[in-house]
Design a protein around this ligand. Sequence first.
Ligand code: PLP
Length: 452
Amino acid sequence: ERKAGQRSTREWQALDAAHHFHPFSDAAALNAQGSRVITHADGVYLWDSDGNKIFDAMSGLWCVNIGYGREELAEAAYRQMRELPFYNTFFKTTHPPVVELSALLAEIAPDGFNHVFYTNSGSEGNDTVIRMVRHYWASLGQPQKKTIISRVNGYHGSTIGGASLGGMTYMHEQGDLPIPGIAHIEQPYWYANGGDLTPEEYGLKAARELEKKILELGVENVAAFIGEPVQGAGGIIIPPTTYWPEIQRICDQYGILLIADEVICGFGRTGHWFGSQYYGIRPHLMTIAKGLSSGYQPIGGVLVHDTVAKVIAESGDFNHGFTYSGHPVACAVAAENLRILKNERIIDKMREDVMPYAHQLWHNAFDDHPLVDDVRTLGFFFAVTLVEDKARRQRFANGGELALRCRDICFQNNLVMRATGDSMISAPPLTMSRAEAREFVGLAKKCLDQLA
Ligand code: PLP
């Protein structure tokens, strides 16, 4: 219901169209249609300005891991704003929230990750990674060791550095990217690229693309490999089991740094604190953001393994940082978020209970569905690929358009899912209950049925 002093939906839309440039949007098309105005949220639900209740099966943008409406986080922000709303940590100062959060992260992170560098976002985290690995090798007397190898359809952010690391050609096309010193290899997407190989054979083949690229570029020029444990924005691409162990072997053998972009996978998405733990890999750097604060405040960073931290620490000034690196309010909120995740055992409970239940629901709904194949679940990731002919693994020529139509059908039915290429993907809050899982999968199935 409209509260006193609020604008009507049409008024919001008109002002929005007149003055607000939306990210990743076709402004003309969007403004002709009018944006949906989201006004409040609780648990796994959003409400729009017309009073519709919407199931948010994307956790915002893969970030609201603890769900909406946690008062403790609002209170942490309020307390910190009154106590110390801002101070920096550039010039020989620190403050309690940044210290508390750093100590908490060191406790949660895998062994050897005792330092964190803060940013405001995942993109800035990956820009930090580029500067840090190049500074690391330069400090060790190898300044030419600069190239970072990344993957097709990887998503590492939208800054010039992040978008260059990323493998999204539609982003490279705007702005003359990638910057020099970034190379891309194939993504480990068996369903699309595996041909006649088994997933396990293909996982090894895809990983060995890294080895080939290192040899082609010369190991003396290669600084690092970066990858998301599970590619998120690229379409929830779950690599075959053989992939990450082989990547680890190659990084070890050639002595290059391994960077895990944990911006989506971190803080519980895979059923573990970090995706690296799920896959048993040992990165040197981990980019974090999103679930770090469950999206309640913009904050990101880089978790730095002792081996790298030591070299950076002994190399004089690291000439990098942001005004809001380690922002006190963002740190206070992130620390409260981590305490809730930890004290309420949200990740363990999800892994032990709702996760296997929801996986079963997803497979029951879609394994035999005529329009989809490659039905994928891992942690609280859920995806399907739209296909024309399952038996022949043949995808639609216009699969991307179909998926966008499917996404719109979902939205009309008050369900937020995303379309990536010809995949329909979802990542609900980790607090989703069994009843909510039934509602989510039921809605998703209803929408896919409408596409038929
Ligand atoms: N890395 C990954 C894996 C992401 O999914 C994203 C955002 O979706 C980013 C980096 C960029 O984070 P941000 O949008 O906070 O800059």
